[in-house]
Design a protein. Sequence first.
Length: 154
Amino acid sequence: MLRIITNPNLILRKKSQPVADLNSPEIQQLIPAMLETMLKADGVGLAAPQIGQNIKLVTIQFEGETYIMINPRIIRKSFFKDWGEEGCLSVPGVAGKVNRPRAIKVNFINEKGENQILAASKMLARIIQHELDHLDGVLFIDKAKQLKSTLTNG
Ligand SMILES: [Zn+2]
């Protein structure tokens, strides 16, 4: 399992660079390591900066599906937004409500090197936007209102 970097580490605030070569040994080792780390940490998503790599790579697990997004880019956002509660493995013990577009389309390269366009809404759209924010050095606490401690939940 990789070590998860927590706020206020400045790695979380840097802009990530595109993945140049998906087939490099480093990336091919990093993808399964990030998936394992996300699953063990019981997270729904993990962005590479959270494990100390400022590259555009994100893993997500949602409703039994696993998504590996390389060089992801949001290409469409709905006009309508929703407030929803978020937390982050890099900001332990804190939750807050964030206003985000309800639906998005995201373009990315998957782990096989295939160009993908995914339409997502509601919770999946929220997770994707949260993870892609990490690639821009943005944390949910920058956007959240009603921040609260979750430490009493263990
Ligand atoms: Zn996060």
